[in-house]
Design a protein around this ligand. Structure first.
Ligand code: PLP
Length: 447
């Protein structure tokens, strides 16, 4: 399956074709280089020119838990396509794969998340979660609860609703107003905490800010708060241990739902099946995608408390929401086979081991003048670069990521001034060492 790529055109033809017809997601108009990927195996991927790259970014996008080129998943997809590729999930219909996957997700999820709605990915999942939260309050006689609280620098997707919840201002420029009624509070970022009075605790500060925001909007107008247990796209931001339990408690006092965006963190990425469970979020709604299929098929899921499911779609409610491909039979079969692999190869436990390998291999970076902080959560690594360790002035990580790719043939990613790695969980220790040595070499040349 993995040996002979079905590439019928030369690399140069493909690159020219790319420039002519394709608009890339997150395309940088100033960047004219193109690279066509054609094959993968484990943590290695190859482009159309035959160049081999070490993928320490999970398919470039935090997805490839089980690594590339797994024939088990190709076979699961082929089997399902030969049996029943797709049938609608609308109205009374379902397919057996979506039911078995929903059962499996409920078993893995934190207690209480007992109902599952399928989407095509993370943005649709966040979109669905926001709509469910609003609908829930609407059906319970509190239609004014429309506001959503999210955080600056959160990444929740790019569709209208999820994109409005996303906390990068650039995403909101030039498209007019986003979803109304979204407020942002500060992220839990110990390294870049605001100037606190001596002895003032960061969580106390963040809770006061959140309480102030709730007061300002009025608790009776707020549907939900959404947050990533550990923030990924913001550069691996790990909250203080008491942050989520205290946020949870404050929201519960005001009848505000908590949505855990586990699109990145789920399925072992940061060390647990559901990271929200170990950080004390006790979420009412959780959104997953990415590692659910390891990227072998597009799929997301929204898990909700029974009572929320009953309120939005039970009794005499009609749920006027859904996608043609919600619960796609082939995608769900692939997800089941993927979860089998994650289970069998004990990849959730291995995530912490991968993090320890990175921690040890990157330890020498701690002394470099341009490394502000190295943050590791499970098999994710964020290296925050600074122009000066005293002032903590950010140093953009784009050039480091490019050098890593072009000189060392290692694929990581830059998120602002943080270099991020989130490799397949099957990565070997020598591959971790190779990536860490490459990172150290490029960073050492910064000064
Ligand atoms: N939520 C988080 C935390 C993400 O990191 C992402 C994508 O990276 C999304 C949501 C959006 O998911 P998708 O790109 O599948 O729409």
């Amino acid at each position: 399956v993995n040996e002979t790529p079905a590439v019928t055109r030369s690399a140069a033809e493909l690159e020219e074709l790319d420039r002519r017809v394709l608009l890339h997601p997150h395309q940088n108009g100033a960047q004219h280089e193109r690279r066509t990927m054609v094959r993968g195996s484990g943590c290695l991927v190859w482009d159309a020119r035959g160049v081999e790259l070490l993928d320490v970014m999970g398919g470039g996008n935090w997805v490839a838990q089980v690594g590339h080129g797994r024939t088990e998943l190709a076979e699961a997809a082929a089997r399902q396509m030969g049996t029943l590729e797709y049938f609608t999930g609308f109205d009374i219909f379902a397919n057996d794969q979506s039911l078995m996957l929903a059962e499996r997700l409920v078993a893995l999820a934190p207690d209480g998340l007992d109902r599952v709605f399928f989407t095509n990915g993370g943005s649709e999942g966040v979109e669905t979660a926001i709509k469910f939260a609003r609908l829930y309050h609407h059906h319970r006689g509190e239609p004014d609860r429309t506001w959503v609280i999210s955080r600056h620098f959160a990444y929740h997707g790019t569709t209208y609703g999820s994109g409005t919840a996303t906390g990068f201002p650039g995403m909101h420029q030039g498209i007019g107003l986003g979803l109304p009624h979204v407020a942002k509070v500060s992220p839990a970022h110990p390294y870049r905490a605001p100037d606190l009075a001596p002895g003032r605790d960061l969580t106390d500060f963040l809770l006061d800010e959140l309480a102030g925001t709730i007061d300002q909007i009025g608790a009776g107008n707020i549907a939900a708060m959404i947050g990533e247990p550990v923030m990924g796209g913001a550069g691996i931001l790990i909250p203080p241990a008491d942050y989520w339990p205290r946020v949870r408690e404050l929201l519960a006092r005001h009848g505000i739902l908590l949505i855990a965006d586990e699109v990145v963190t789920g399925f072992g990425r940061t060390g647990a099946w559901f990271d929200s469970a170990v950080r004390g979020m006790r979420a009412d709604i959780a959104v997953v995608a990415k590692g659910l299929t390891s990227g072998y098929a597009p799929l997301g899921a929204v898990l909700v408390r029974d009572e929320i499911g009953e309120t939005v779609a039970g009794g005499d409610a009609y749920l006027f929401h859904g996608h043609t491909y919600s619960g796609h039979a082939t995608a769900c079969a692939v997800a089941l086979a993927n979860l089998d692999l994650v289970d069998r190869e004990q990849l959730v436990g291995r995530s912490a081991t991968v993090g320890e390998w990175f921690g040890a291999a990157l330890a020498p970076l701690g002394d470099r003048p341009h490394v502000g902080e190295v943050r590791i959560a499970g098999a994710t690594v964020g290296i925050e670069l600074v122009a000066d360790r005293g002032t903590r002035e950010p140093l953009m990580a784009g050039a480091v990521a490019r050098e890593l790719r072009d000189v060392h043939r290692v694929v990581a990613r830059d998120y602002g001034n943080t270099l991020v790695m989130a490799p397949p969980l099957v990565i070997s220790q020598p591959q971790v060492t190779r990536a860490a040595e490459a990172v150290a070499e490029v960073i050492s040349r910064l000064g």
